[in-house]
Design a protein around this ligand. Sequence first.
Ligand code: TYM
Length: 348
Amino acid sequence: MSRILSGIRPTGTLHLGNYLGAIQQWIELQTKHDVFYMVADLHAITTPYKPEELQNNIRNTVLDYLAAGLDPEKATIFVQSHVPEHSELMWLLGTITPVGELQRMVQFKEKSEQHKDFNQAGILNYPILMAADILLYKAMSVPVGDDQNQHVELARDLAKKFNREYGQTFPEPKAILTSGKRIMDLADPEQKMSKSLGGGIGLNDSPEEIAKKLKKAVTSSEPKVIRDAMHAAQNSHRATIDAWTGDPNLLKQFHGVRNLFTILFAVADRDTAVKWQTAAEDGTLKFSEFKPALAKAIADHFALFRERREVLASDTAHLDEIIADGAVKASIAAKQTLTEVQQKMGLR
Ligand code: TYM
C-alpha cells in the first residue's frame, strides 16, 4: 500500500478537466492505497482572489470531493493551510531549490504573463510549496493532469537532492497520468479546459447547460479528420496528429474532435462508446446527433454527483467534522516528517 497525495486549488466549481485529469483516479486509488487529498488554499492565493470568497470556495471544493465519491473513511481529506508544516517544509526545501529551475516552469511563465500586475514571488515559489505538499507525506505517486507534471518532476529532483545532501529521507515521487490528462476547452480546443475560459463543463452543470456548451464545441466535416481524431483519443497515436499539423484549421478541428472522443470514452457506457466509434470509422458520424448523445452521456455520468452534492451541502456540521478530522490525521504524518527533516538539517 503506497502513499499518494494530490490537491486542487479552491478557485470555483470543479470542471471536467479536474475530474478526468485527477479526481477520477483519486477515487480508484482510495480503495487500494494510503491516500491524502487536500484543498490547496495556499496555492490559490498566488493569483488575484477575493478573501471574502475563499472560505466558501474551500468548503465547496471539499463538497465536490465528497460528491464525486471520495470517502473520508478511506481518504484523508484536508485543507492545506490547516497543516502549517506545509509552509515550514517549503522554507526548508527553498534552501536547496535552484532559482533557474523555478523560472523555467511553464506554469510560472504562463501565470506571470497572465497576471502582469500581480507578479509576486508567490507565483515563482509555487512549485516549492507543491514539492513540500508531496514530500511532507512521503508520497510515491501523485495523480494529476498533464499541466502539473513538470511540478511533480521538480518535487522528485528536490527529493533526490535532499537525500544526497542530508541522507535518505524521501521516496522519489512520480505523477500518475491518464488518458484524460489534458482535456481541452470545447470552444477553443487548443487551450486546456480551465475555470476561466468559456468552453468548460462544470461538474455541477445541469443537463441543459451541458447540452448548450456542447453546441459550441469545435467539430469537423472531414471524415478523415474525424477518424484520425477518434483513433488518437483511443490510443494517443502521435503519427495521426502529424498528418494535420500543416493546416491550422484542420488541426484545430482534429483537436476539437479528439477532445470530444476522449471525454466520450471516459464517461459513456461501452455500447454508446462503440456506437460512435463505429460511426467515426465508417465516415457516417453526424455531429448534430453526436453532440446531444455526448451531452447526455456526461449528464448521466454526473447525475449522482449532482444529487449527492445537494444532500451534502445541507449538512454543514458533517462537513466541518470531515475537515477537522482530516487536519488531525494529516498533521500526524506531517509533524513526523518535518521533525525528521529538521533533525537531518541540524535544526533540532
Ligand atoms: P489545479 O487546481 O489547477 O488543478 C487540479 C487538478 O486538475 C488537473 N487539471 C486538468 N486535467 C486535465 N485537463 C485539464 N484541462 C485540467 N485542468 C486541471 C490538474 O492537473 C490538477 O491535477 N498546483 C496544483 C494543485 C496542487 C497539487 C499539490 C497537486 C497543490 N499542491 C500537490 C498535486 C500535488 C493545481 O494548481 O492544480
